[in-house]
Design a protein around this ligand. Structure first.
Ligand code: HEC
Ligand code: HEC
Ligand code: HEC
Ligand code: HEC
Ligand code: HEC
Ligand code: HEC
Ligand code: HEC
Ligand code: HEC
Ligand code: HEC
Ligand code: HEC
Ligand code: HEC
Ligand code: HEC
Ligand code: HEC
Length: 447
């Protein structure tokens, strides 16, 4: 702005401002005055803290043209904004002109002679001037720093601009000029949230807001308009995750700007889960959810994906049609009639043939000779589900066999023993059984 400003120069002659010059009373002017600012006449113009260039030079004529010398009346030297733009070129030249300048005159905001405030504005501060016509920041619980201290013109020009909303720079550049930390994060972190690249005001109100951090809305509502698909899953799934849907939900796990972790996550996925699931919680329906950490801490073997910290291999974090936020179908109870789609979760990584094939010498180690005991237990009308023998997250026994399995109120022991060529159990379900892949055990005839 400053660089573009040009003056046509002050036309007036250098005249003494006050004191000794000849004073001519307003009521009886007899000859052309040498100056209009004297001890008696218009003296106050020179006494204010800020005096306009031409006025300080006594050059009244640059704005006032004598109409009638006898009556001491004057008319404006030029009409409208031209009065001022004659010297201050191009104040209204840019694409978007501030409404008061379009309508004129400049004196809506400036005193043409002198004033007590910088830039000869009528009010004490720029903010007070703006506040005469704009209620910016009114009733906002959280005000932006520069707005709170009235620095409107850090971001806006008062006159005209080629940018929308009279901004002095592109919005993101404006923000970066002060928020260097945010700028650094965006340039240095590998994963950047698309709108944070330039659309700061997509989420923040630049002046302030009813919500902390000047957010237009709190998460998750803030995020939903752009993430309709997540909204649908989060809000309408049969099983919802409070961590997602509660106030600030999304921000438990995601950063809004940028991150060193994929999907702009705040931390490695498993660390995020464990930050809440290190203790028991309850679901919306009041059902207990056991602490995840207790199931894995100190355990001898972790299930493959758990060892790889891949919770998403089995859980749909944002919401799911399946109990326990499982990504795919998996029977919830001890018994279930068999069909492969009911085990879609396990079969997304393990082959279906594990359970479909009755006789095999290779598909599974859980066999007696070539009789597939997975087939025997699982593949029938009253099939035992995987959970009756396997723990899902971790176990102390080989092959994730569990110590015991909840059966009604009873924790039914399994007492699994593994041998070189087979194994055995003494569960509460039936008499002790062994299986052996090389020298098959003989079982009593089944009903
Ligand atoms: C930069 C242009 C400009 C200059 C220079 C200027 N005036 Fe003015 N003056 C105005 C305008 C515009 C008005 C009308 C005020 C308004 O509308 O608020 C005005 C109004 C006045 C008035 C009417 C009463 C008032 O204060 O509103 C007097 C008297 C006056 N000027 C005297 C002078 C004298 C004396 C000088 C020289 C020392 C001078 N002016 C220099 C622009 C100027
Ligand atoms: C004859 C030329 C001339 C005219 C006409 C003129 N100005 Fe100025 N104006 C100046 C000069 C010279 C300065 C001082 C330059 C500087 O400080 O850079 C100045 C400075 C200003 C300033 C800055 C004061 C500050 O404290 O920073 C404002 C505001 C201003 N003029 C407003 C107006 C308005 C409003 C009008 C019309 C009513 C007007 N000017 C008409 C010559 C003019
Ligand atoms: C809506 C109020 C408003 C109107 C109308 C207005 N100005 Fe200003 N003007 C300001 C404010 C506020 C500043 C001080 C900006 C700052 O401090 O950052 C200013 C600053 C200035 C300056 C000082 C130099 C600069 O650009 O910072 C000049 C000269 C000026 N105005 C001339 C004019 C002229 C000429 C007009 C009419 C064409 C006009 N103004 C109309 C509010 C206004
Ligand atoms: C004399 C009244 C008045 C003053 C004083 C005033 N404005 Fe305005 N301003 C308006 C009007 C009228 C509009 C157009 C209607 C609207 O958007 O509210 C406007 C529009 C705006 C806009 C939106 C422009 C756009 O393109 O949509 C911004 C930004 C703005 N003003 C900032 C300021 C700032 C900053 C100040 C103080 C330096 C200020 N205004 C002082 C009357 C004023
Ligand atoms: C940190 C920069 C910044 C500051 C400081 C700032 N604004 Fe704004 N202002 C903006 C941005 C950016 C927009 C555009 C908002 C949009 O398009 O949604 C805007 C828009 C506006 C508008 C247009 C209407 C609206 O609310 O969208 C007005 C009027 C306005 N500001 C006035 C002011 C006033 C008055 C002040 C001082 C009290 C001020 N602004 C301080 C950045 C700022
Ligand atoms: C002139 C410097 C300046 C500019 C430009 C600026 N800010 Fe700020 N911003 C501040 C200050 C100062 C604070 C208050 C800092 C604090 O409270 O820790 C702040 C606070 C914030 C906060 C709240 C931080 C908190 O901890 O409460 C957000 C969000 C914010 N600014 C966003 C923006 C956005 C978006 C833009 C661009 C439209 C922007 N800022 C432009 C100086 C600026
Ligand atoms: C997708 C929405 C969104 C976008 C886009 C966005 N922010 Fe934010 N921003 C937020 C949220 C949400 C917070 C609060 C974070 C929290 O509480 O953990 C925040 C916090 C901030 C803070 C406070 C300090 C901090 O990092 O927590 C600043 C400053 C900030 N944002 C600046 C910006 C700037 C500058 C831009 C544009 C480059 C921007 N934001 C873009 C949503 C957004
Ligand atoms: C203004 C629109 C907008 C808002 C608001 C918004 N986003 Fe986004 N988000 C996008 C766009 C565009 C992408 C990139 C395209 C895509 O993956 O859909 C994206 C991508 C993402 C991604 C995937 C990033 C990746 O690396 O693949 C996550 C996670 C995300 N957003 C979370 C959020 C969260 C959390 C919020 C609320 C705090 C939010 N978004 C608000 C527009 C938005
Ligand atoms: C409990 C942690 C957590 C919460 C809370 C959370 N997310 Fe995610 N989000 C993730 C993880 C982990 C991923 C990585 C991929 C996956 O598991 O689906 C992700 C991926 C995403 C993606 C990119 C991949 C996709 O599925 O499109 C978007 C967009 C996203 N989240 C948006 C959101 C929004 C919006 C919210 C709030 C409504 C939210 N997230 C809440 C953990 C979370
Ligand atoms: C901010 C805390 C928080 C975080 C982070 C979190 N959860 Fe949760 N989670 C809860 C709460 C509280 C519940 C119980 C209320 C409910 O059902 O949503 C829960 C419930 C669950 C349930 C049981 C749901 C049901 O309906 O039985 C599973 C499974 C789950 N979370 C997995 C995860 C996974 C996987 C992650 C990491 C991607 C994770 N959680 C991150 C708080 C959290
Ligand atoms: C191999 C699939 C699988 C993986 C991988 C997995 N889970 Fe689970 N998770 C399940 C199943 C199945 C259940 C339901 C257990 C039940 O009802 O017996 C469950 C239940 C849960 C529960 C509810 C409490 C409970 O034990 O019933 C939480 C919390 C949980 N998982 C967190 C996690 C976290 C955190 C991770 C990543 C470290 C993870 N899960 C990885 C399959 C998995
Ligand atoms: C996301 C992929 C994935 C899903 C889903 C999955 N698993 Fe696994 N599972 C693995 C991996 C990887 C291993 C480790 C394989 C290895 O070490 O040879 C493993 C190993 C096992 C083992 C032990 C095998 C051994 O040789 O030690 C059992 C038992 C098991 N899974 C049962 C299940 C059950 C039951 C389900 C369904 C609730 C399931 N898995 C779902 C990936 C998965
Ligand atoms: C009646 C108990 C029982 C049930 C029910 C059961 N398993 Fe197993 N499973 C075992 C035993 C015992 C082993 C270990 C065999 C060995 O290594 O001697 C095993 C081994 C495994 C292995 C390791 C590879 C292999 O076959 O040797 C996988 C994978 C596996 N089971 C998956 C499943 C899945 C998926 C289900 C549900 C569809 C399931 N199991 C149901 C007892 C069971």
């Amino acid at each position: 702005m400053k660089g573009e400003r040009r003056h046509r120069g002050v036309l007036g002659v250098m005249l003494v401002l006050a004191g000794g010059a000849v004073a001519l009373g307003v009521d009886k002017p007899t000859s052309a005055p040498k100056t209009c600012v004297t001890a008696e006449c218009h003296a106050d113009y020179a006494k204010r803290a800020f005096v306009h260039g031409p006025v300080s030079l006594g050059d009244c004529k640059s704005c006032h043209e004598e109409a009638d010398a006898a009556a001491h009346t004057y008319r404006p030297a030029r009409q409208g904004n031209d009065l001022c733009e004659y010297c201050h070129l191009d104040q209204t030249a840019k694409k978007n002109v501030h409404e008061p300048l379009r309508k004129g005159p400049c004196t809506d905001c400036h005193d043409p002679h002198s004033g007590d405030s910088k830039a000869l504005i009528h009010e004490k501060t720029v903010a007070q001037l703006c506040a005469k016509c704009h209620e910016t920041g009114k009733d906002m619980r959280f005000l932006h720093g520069p707005v709170a201290v009235g620095e409107c013109t850090i971001c806006h020009t008062s006159h005209s601009s080629d940018r929308e909303k009279l901004l002095v720079d592109e919005p993101a550049n404006l923000c970066f000029s002060c928020h260097v930390v945010t700028k650094d994060e965006l340039s240095q972190f590998e994963f950047v949230h698309e709108p944070a690249k330039n659309d700061c005001i997509g989420c923040h109100n630049p002046h302030g807001a009813a919500n902390a951090q000047m957010l237009k809305a709190d998460a998750p509502e803030l995020c939903y308009p752009c993430h309709e698909d997540i909204k649908k899953v989060a809000e309408t799934s049969r099983h919802r995750h409070v961590a997602v849907t509660e106030k600030d939900g999304c921000l438990h796990c995601h950063t809004p700007h940028a991150s060193t972790v994929q999907f702009v996550l705040k931390d490695a996925p498993m660390s995020l889960c464990v930050s809440c699931h290190d203790k028991p919680v309850t679901t919306e329906e009041g059902k207990p959810v056991a602490a995840f950490t207790e199931q894995v801490q100190g355990k001898k073997s972790l299930h493959g994906p758990v060892a790889q910290k891949d919770c998403a291999g089995c859980h749909a974090t944002h919401g799911s049609e399946h109990f326990r936020l499982l990504a795919k179908d998996y029977p919830q109870l001890f018994y279930a009639p068999f069909s492969p789609d009911k085990y879609a979760l396990c079969f997304s990584c393990h082959p279906e043939s594990l359970v479909l094939t009755e006789r095999t010498s290779e598909l599974t180690d859980f066999r007696n000779g070539d009789l597939n005991l997975h087939y025997v237990h699982v593949n029938k009308q009253r099939g035992r589900t995987c959970r009756s023998c396997h723990a899902t997250h971790a176990s102390d026994l080989p092959k994730h066999i569990r110590d015991s399995v909840p059966y009604g109120v009873w924790n039914l022991p399994i007492q699994f023993l593994k041998s070189e060529t087979g194994g055995g159990c003494r569960p509460g379900c039936h008499q002790p059984f062994t299986y052996d892949r090389q020298s098959p055990a003989t079982y009593p005839t089944r009903r």
